[in-house]
Ligand binder design. Structure first.
Ligand SMILES: NC(=O)c1ccc[n+]([C@@H]2O[C@H](COP(=O)([O-])OP(=O)(O)OC[C@H]3O[C@@H](n4cnc5c(N)ncnc54)[C@H](O)[C@@H]3O)[C@@H](O)[C@H]2O)c1
Length: 500
């Protein structure tokens, strides 16, 4: 087999669209000669120009020398015929996402390249094994899945088909490292790692919106301020395009035989059908340009914070938080004018009141999950007294923003965080990749502040398990069923990263 880290390696890239151009760029920057081909006239030359324009910006920014830019320009060569790939040791395909088109291309390439050359597909959604069907030497073929924009995204997934040889996988992992990426090996399953594991963030946010629990700007603010995400799920969907996000979500859900954990909502499809695709169409979950007024995610604070509160279900962290605000925390619950506070985990206010006999009109629930130094989320039961709620919001709002939502098991943050953690646990249970690679892939492929298993550990696997079990019980929805991986580790007091 070709040595894929050989300095003399010649790499072929087929398809000169967004991905092909990016792959050609990082290969040329890594010092390897690249041929790029596209069936569309002028596309390969246009891709070369686009790459060189990006490199020019790096030179201007002082991130690349002029000499290195010239050397890259010499290494990157558009070609006009597939037959010119004859001397390539590796050919990476990044053409249209169509099974027959890819199969046809690889069959043609197999006759052009030498028997020791390696063939790889950048497909996002087609099974590697299905593309390999009918290929003369399927053992030298694998998936090499980059992320968009390739020069920025430091992750590459390497996927073996049923016949792929181990040395081919190892060679592609070494090649990925050569390009300055972090390769992770993933099983040949729908969406591989990132496009499967990435479903929880947006779909749980959409479920929250669908149930009228909170607005997009409220959800986004909580996930940024309390959970450290660079973008909230709705601004992220608007940024990538709902026409990109929705089909991937549909595909992964269908390919997993309708697993409710992966289910989206009607509004996701509706926005696609009505052309509300996000930034690119000027309207998605928000209006653009951004100067347009967006609804505030923060509660309007009344002048008078409550001076006295009672904590109904003793919780040290809640008492500490309240004491720090200067409020007097009393134990008497029978003073009519005093709000009753509780920290809930996976339960909603109505269920808590029914279970404990607490007065639902005075109950205000606080979400203590995530970082509450910048923002905290409150919710009340139906029929809750708005004066009680607003006086608690004013109290906590002295030191942070406050998000007030409708009654919901798991508020916003617990719902989304535990869904991400649970899907990560399921990926580990299914053996889609090593637990540490699952975390790495989700951090690098999706810019998550923590991988899903790290996230489970930061909340505590037992707490994640308890929240999900409660949400499943209260909603009756198997969307929230805890992964067996999580249950086993939670019940034994182990880390979510504990391997079998
Ligand atoms: N865009 C993404 O975010 C992304 C991320 C990861 C993987 N991918 C995958 O990468 C592949 C390419 O995606 P893209 O976004 O660059 O698409 P694109 O539409 O930007 O580019 C595809 C290019 O392939 C060319 N092409 C089509 N059929 C061809 C053929 N038979 N021979 C030669 N050239 C052909 C087209 O002319 C076009 O220039 C797809 O398989 C896609 O699923 C895309």
């Amino acid at each position: 087999m070709t040595n894929l880290t050989d300095p003399e390696l010649l790499v072929g890239v087929v398809g000169a669209g967004a991905m092909g151009a990016g792959i050609a760029q990082v290969t040329a920057v890594a010092g390897r000669k690249v041929f790029i081909y596209d069936q569309r006239d002028g596309a390969a030359e246009a891709a070369r120009k686009a790459v060189l324009a990006r490199l020019d910006k790096r030179v201007v920014a002082g991130k690349m020398s002029g000499a290195d830019r010239e050397a890259c320009a010499r290494r990157l060569q558009p070609i006009e015929r597939l037959e010119d790939f004859g001397s390539c040791g590796l050919v990476i395909e990044a053409i249209v996402e169509d099974l027959e088109a890819k199969r046809g291309l690889f069959r043609a390439l197999a006759d052009i390249v030498r028997p020791e050359a390696v063939l790889a597909s950048n497909t996002s959604s087609l099974p590697i094994g299905a593309i390999a069907v009918g290929l003369a030497q399927p053992d030298r073929f694998a998936g090499l899945h980059f992320f968009n924009p390739v020069p920025v995204m430091k992750l590459v997934e390497v996927i073996a088909g049923p016949d792929t040889r181990r040395d081919v996988v190892d060679g592609l992992i070494a090649f990925g490292r050569l390009l300055g990426r972090n390769p992770v090996e993933a099983r040949d399953t729908p969406g591989f790692l990132v496009n499967y594991g990435g479903r929880a963030y947006a779909t749980e946010a959409l479920a929250i919106l669908n149930e009228n629990v909170a607005s997009p700007s409220q959800v986004d603010a909580v996930m940024r301020d309390c959970w450290g995400f660079r973008m909230g799920p709705f601004e992220l969907m608007d940024f990538t395009g709902i026409d990109v996000n929705y089909p991937v979500t549909e595909f992964v859900h269908r390919a997993n035989y309708g697993d409710p954990r992966l289910r989206t909502t009607f509004q996701h499809r509706y926005m696609t059908e009505t052309g509300q695709l996000g930034r690119k169409t000027g309207r998605g979950f928000y209006s653009y340009p951004e100067s347009a007024v967006h609804p505030t995610p923060d509660a309007t604070l009344v002048d008078a914070p409550t001076g006295r509160v009672a904590v109904v279900d003793p919780d040290g962290a809640l008492t500490d938080l309240l004491t720090a605000t200067g409020a007097q925390v009393i134990s008497a619950e029978n003073e009519e004018a005093v709000p009753l506070l509780v920290a809930l985990w996976g339960e909603d206010c109505a269920a808590f009141c029914a279970r404990t006999g607490t007065d639902h009109r005075r109950l205000v629930a606080v979400d203590l999950s995530g970082d509450i130094s910048q923002r905290v989320t409150l919710m009340t039961a139906p029929g809750g007294d708005p004066v009680m709620r607003d006086s608690v919001a004013a109290l906590l709002g002295q030191a942070r923003a406050v998000t007030v939502i409708q009654d919901s098991p798991g508020f916003i943050g617990q719902r989304i965080a535990t869904m991400i953690a649970n899907l990560g646990c399921e990926m580990a249970q299914l053996g889609l990749a090593a637990p540490a690679d699952i975390d790495l892939a989700m951090r690098l492929g999706l810019n998550y502040p923590k991988g899903p298993l790290e996230l489970a550990d930061s909340l505590g696997p037992d707490r994640v398990y308890a929240i999900l079990s409660e949400m499943q019980r209260l909603t009756g929805d198997d969307r929230y069923r805890p992964s067996a991986w999580l249950r086993r580790r939670a019940s034994l007091g182990l880390s979510a990263l504990q391997i079998a």
